[in-house]
Design a protein. Structure first.
Length: 144
């Protein structure tokens, strides 16, 4: 039953992507990212002000897992501090790569991606937006 709920949540995020747009703010950073294993692509936009994510969005094309994960991530990151983002990013990595869920509450809708863990070939699909986020964080560090 829970598996069906997760599946329908993923399909909803995949078909009705949240934050699927560009951010035109001059303060926003963006990064184009291509999944190295399957060719899914995305551009992640993020506006960070005073160590907090003011806005986050994406555009791209890919499988339902990568698009749902991108939609979910953008919902989760809004108004989070960079410290909170780090915890979320680690929780996501632990869940997808190791099947470990330490705090369901921090993951929000991302918990619906737990079924990807046994599908090793799909790990990069679920982690694609998080990998793009990591590249943006490095870009931000270089800007400082």
């Amino acid at each position: 039953m829970l598996e069906n709920l997760y599946r329908s949540l993923l399909m909803d995020h995949s078909k009705h992507k949240r934050n699927f747009r560009r951010i035109e703010s001059p303060n926003a950073l963006s990064i184009h990212y291509k999944n190295p294993t399957c060719g899914d692509i995305m551009t992640l936009f993020i506006d960070i002000q005073e160590n907090k994510i003011k806005d986050v969005a994406f555009i791209g094309e890919g499988c339902s897992i990568s698009m749902a994960s991108s939609s979910i991530m953008t919902d989760l990151l809004k108004n989070k501090t960079m410290e909170e983002v780090e915890k979320l990013q680690q929780a996501m990595e632990d869940m997808i790569r190791h099947g470990k869920v330490s705090d369901e509450q921090i993951l929000g809708d991302a918990i619906s991606l737990i079924g990807v863990h046994p599908l090793k070939a799909r790990h990069n699909c679920a982690l694609m937006p998080w990998q793009a986020l990591e590249k943006i964080k490095k870009k931000l560090m270089n800007r400082l």
